[in-house]
Design a protein around this ligand. Structure first.
Ligand SMILES: NC(=O)c1ccc[n+]([C@@H]2O[C@H](COP(=O)([O-])OP(=O)(O)OC[C@H]3O[C@@H](n4cnc5c(N)ncnc54)[C@H](O)[C@@H]3O)[C@@H](O)[C@H]2O)c1
Ligand SMILES: O=C(O)C[C@H](O)C(=O)O
Length: 349
């Protein structure tokens, strides 16, 4: 954390003002007199779940924070509930409390499931996480069918299509309300680009499209701002580093999981954007993996305009460089097959 930001966090935590997560994270402003909003985190006692729950507790747009896991939630909820911010915190543990955890939720964030170890692909998580996502989405369609769902559990390229199929079967599917969280790819692309371009990271924007695994992650550095005219070789290296960002962390953690802290930050940014959209804040745009018609694939990550009903509009790709156009064509077969695998799983089981 940069020194100035840390000072800002510390100053705020000692003041009587309710700290604003969005101010802390983006130096923006959020209203404390915003509508009542319940946010549920499923997998709240995990590596991502705990810091994400903390960041959501700091967000003044949240009035109720519901923390659910199969184990460990009472301790996490008791701990977080002592923080003097707006939201009321409740912890729920085990399947029989899942309904209570979900009821009335405006947003459900799902970081439940197993993470990678070195040598694994995200698809290697499919066998375990597909079943977890299926059961959680079945409960969502029963207890809070109108909630926006922020899917973090991997492989996102398959878990989002699984969720869509489960909601379709339950008759609750609304394509405007289902999001694969790809914000960490954007966070990484911004950080890596700022380093190479030698610009202030706070002002950097880089769209990342496609999906969330390996070559399906396609950062559009040709659209990065501020512009830097980096040579082609540097753009290729930045692209590869963004695509391999998750693996970089998995290897550094050497068997102790994957990205948790940066993911919690990214998840909190995305949930904050969803809350702002729900509350009618204009011009809220984030990249996300959603149902899409901007390519021939049924789901695709791109810039999405968020509004009172979730997706207001899936925005187009904009002009691509030749290198990005090649990347786009190259990612389609893998992304198509991951989407189909998810759809097949949901309809077989
Ligand atoms: N979308 C992304 O960019 C991104 C980034 C990082 C990690 N991830 C993924 O997020 C997931 C979680 O990662 P983590 O590091 O927090 O793992 P973790 O093992 O630390 O935590 C997962 C939590 O899920 C809980 N859980 C398991 N089954 C559950 C169920 N049925 N209901 C509720 N909770 C359940 C576990 O008890 C645990 O507390 C992994 O699949 C990982 O690959 C995605
Ligand atoms: O790489 C992983 O397995 C976790 C996550 O998808 C990430 O991008 O960090």
């Amino acid at each position: 954390m940069k020194a100035a930001m840390l000072r800002s966090v510390l100053r705020r935590s000692c003041s009587t003002t309710v700290p604003s997560a969005s101010h802390v994270m983006r130096r923006g402003f959020s209203s404390e007199s915003s509508p009542e909003r319940k946010v549920a985190v499923l997998g709240a006692a995990g590596g991502i779940g705990q810091p994400l729950a903390l960041l959501m507790k700091l967000n003044p747009l949240v009035s109720k924070l519901s923390l659910y896991d199969i184990a460990g939630t009472p301790g996490v909820a008791a701990d977080i509930s002592h923080i003097n911010t707006r939201s009321e915190v409740a912890g729920f543990m085990g399947e029989d409390q899942l309904g209570q955890a979900l009821e009335g939720s405006d947003i459900v964030i799902i970081p439940a499931g197993v993470p990678r170890k070195p040598g694994m692909t995200r698809d290697d998580l499919f066998n375990i996480n597909a079943g977890i996502v299926k059961s959680l989405c079945t409960a969502i369609s029963k207890y809070c069918p109108n909630a926006l769902v922020n899917m973090i559990s991997n492989p996102v390229n398959s878990t989002v299509p699984i969720a869509a199929e489960i909601f379709k079967k339950a008759g609750t599917y609304n394509e405007k309300k289902l999001f694969g969280v790809t914000t960490l790819d954007v966070v990484r692309a911004k950080t890596f680009y700022a380093g190479k371009a030698k610009v202030n990271v706070a002002g950097v924007n880089v769209p990342v499209v496609g999906g969330h695994a390996g070559i399906t992650i396609l950062p559009l550095f040709s659209q990065a701002t501020p512009t830097a005219n980096l040579p082609d070789e540097e753009i290729k290296a930045l692209t590869k580093r963004t695509q391999d960002g998750g693996t970089e962390v998995v290897e550094a953690k050497a068997g102790k999981g994957s990205a948790t802290l940066s993911m919690a930050y990214a998840g909190a940014i995305f949930a904050d954007a969803c809350l702002k959209g729900l509350n009618g804040v204009p011009d809220v745009v984030e990249c996300s993996f959603v149902q899409s018609t901007i390519t021939e694939l049924p789901f695709f990550a791109s810039k999405v305009w968020l509004g009172k009903n979730g997706v207001e509009e899936v925005l187009g790709l904009g002009p691509l460089s030749d290198y990005e156009q090649q990347g786009l064509e190259a990612l389609k077969p893998e992304l198509k097959s991951s989407i189909e695998k998810g759809i097949k799983f949901a309809n077989q089981s």
